[in-house]
Design a binder for this molecule. Structure first.
Ligand code: GLC
Ligand code: MG
Length: 536
């Protein structure tokens, strides 16, 4: 066994798969996905080669933000099933040698959470300080200028006790006061509850929001704000997010995890590279994987992508493990962003970069954003800011399993509509098609898992010019050259100072596989290939 294989843990070597539980598989015919549905589909996930499943929130919730507004952190929402269903799922996942990651939403609760109900009941309630309450200014206006991510002021007036409370998201999602030690302890207890059950890790929601400036100073105006942007972008959230003290909290959470065997924490953090890196913590005592969303935000351009990979790789702290993401429930789907042909190249990029890849459910069959007519919009972000095209419903539609009624997702009308073409674009059809994007995903994952050079090896850029992105992944024993044409037009790879000879092992044009190449290679538009280099 190579030593590179021994030093790495499951969350470094394996691939993570995100499930949006409302949309994966409905088992009880209410049109909404549930836990038994996920159990029913574990074969699909396992045969794809996935190591760990992250499920978006399944907890008790009034569903103002579809589960990101939690009213009981240790309860399962009846829509999704029961605690028995959860235990069964966890067992089934473990029986298959896979891991289960839950969503932890520590920044805010639902306004229906008993903690908030107590907190708002009176100014001297013991839980008053569990949330962020503030007097109005003398003229009755909000305590400061902070804005809600979902539009409007971040302050909500509470008539009963005559103060404002702060909510970074919906008014139904009041922010907890993480400066209060009791809040911290309560959330650590929530973590222990799930860890004791055997859950393998958490994806921590809006980690960079968790603590706010202690003086609640006004946020500065954003000089680059454009009218088509959400109103939240009018200010720079300098005092409402990414405060230095957040790292103490993350460190405390990490300590809880470290009390168990091989558990892990992913942080949802939208920040520039150098700030993102601070979430690894000093001496790696922070998040195991601060989510790297670079590929979601930059242009689909070889030079741009290469430069960002290099910046990211270069900024990683000692021993900090990288990770890459192409999509999630908050972002337009990759196939809609770059098109069907480039989505294959994107898959090859995601699965050959150094670091843990996270795949968003449905991307493995090239699902696209589904147009949702205005009168069917459900996402509060879309409803609160109509006209800005910010609804996240299009990327949250039901998984397309087969060509039957409702795509095999449910016996009833699904909570969000399916696309017109689901009878063609679905798992079943792609299982029968060896050239499908699904087949490509599966083979890429398999190769990645079989080859230490790909799952734990080093990364070295080769060229990024015009449409072409080329890099190496290698261990002392094995080297792979990855060539990606990020355009629709043919291009040519003819490096001046890099002599190579090798065999194509995976190609988006499978006809080329097995062929040998040397010195230079011509690529078709939208072609990507992985070349196993001959050792010199
Ligand atoms: C995170 C979630 C998003 C949610 C928000 C508020 O960004 O990914 O879906 O709306 O937090 O909890
Ligand atoms: Mg259901």
């Amino acid at each position: 066994m190579k030593d590179t294989q021994q030093k790495h843990l499951w969350w470094q070597e394996g691939v993570i798969y995100q499930i949006y539980p409302r949309s994966y598989q409905d088992s009880d015919g209410d049109g909404v996905g549930d836990l038994q549905g996920i159990i029913h589909r574990l074969d699909h996930i396992q045969s794809l080669g996935i190591k760990a499943i992250w499920i978006s929130p399944i907890f008790s919730s009034p569903m103002a933000d579809f589960g990101y507004d939690i009213s009981d952190y240790c309860g399962i929402h009846p829509l999704f099933g029961t605690m028995d269903d959860f235990d069964e799922l966890l067992q089934a996942v473990h029986d298959r040698g896979m891991k289960l990651i839950l969503d932890l939403v520590p920044n805010h609760t639902s306004d229906e959470h008993p903690w908030f109900k107590e907190s708002r009941s009176s100014k001297d309630n013991p839980k008053r300080d569990w949330y962020i309450w503030k007097d109005a200014n003398e003229d009755g206006s909000e305590p400061n200028n902070w804005l809600s991510v979902f539009g409007g002021s971040a302050w909500e007036w509470d008539e009963h006790t005559g103060q404002y409370y702060y909510h970074a998201f919906l008014k139904e999602q009041p922010d907890l006061n993480w400066r209060n030690p009791e809040v911290q302890e309560a959330m650590m207890d929530v973590m222990r509850f799930w860890l004791d059950k055997g859950v393998d890790g958490f994806r921590v929601d809006v980690m960079w929001h968790m603590i706010k400036d202690d003086q609640l100073r006004d946020n500065p105006v954003n000089p680059n704000y454009k009218a088509h942007q959400a109103t939240y972008e009018k200010l720079i959230p300098a005092y409402s997010t990414d405060q230095p003290e957040v790292h103490d909290i993350v460190h405390k959470m990490r300590k809880v995890l470290d009390g168990y065997d091989e558990r892990m924490m992913i942080g949802e953090i939208y920040l520039p590279i150098h700030k993102l890196m601070t979430y690894y913590g000093t001496d790696k005592n922070g998040a195991h994987l601060p989510f790297n969303f670079l590929l979601l935000s930059i242009d689909w351009d070889a030079t741009e992508i290469s430069s960002n990979i290099n910046q990211y790789e270069g900024a990683l702290p000692d021993g900090g493990w990288p990770n890459w993401v192409l999509g999630n429930h908050d972002q337009p789907r990759i196939t809609s962003r770059v098109g069907k042909a480039q989505a294959r190249v994107a898959a090859m990029l995601l699965l050959t970069l150094r670091g843990t890849p996270t795949i968003y459910y449905g991307d493995e069959i090239g699902m696209r954003d589904v147009p949702i007519p205005p009168d069917e919009v459900q996402d509060p972000q879309g409803l609160n800011m109509p006209g800005l095209n910010l609804s996240r419903d299009p990327q949250r539609t039901p998984m397309q399993w087969d060509n039957s009624e409702n795509a095999g997702f449910s016996k009833s009308k699904p909570w969000l509509r399916l696309p017109e073409d689901y009878r063609r674009v679905n798992v079943k059809a792609q299982l029968e098609d060896e050239f499908s994007i699904y087949a490509l995903y599966k083979r890429l994952i398999k190769l990645r898992q079989d080859e230490p050079a790909l799952h734990v090896g080093d990364y070295r850029p080769v060229v990024a010019s015009g449409p072409l992105l080329a890099y190496l992944r290698y261990t002392p024993d094995e080297r792979f050259l990855i060539l990606l044409n990020l355009s629709h037009k043919p291009c040519h790879f003819a490096p001046e100072h890099f002599n190579f000879e090798g065999t194509i092992v995976i190609d988006t044009l499978p006809e080329r596989e097995g062929g040998t190449v040397s010195k230079h290679v011509s690529l078709s538009g939208d072609e990507g290939m992985i070349i196993r280099l001959k050792q010199s």
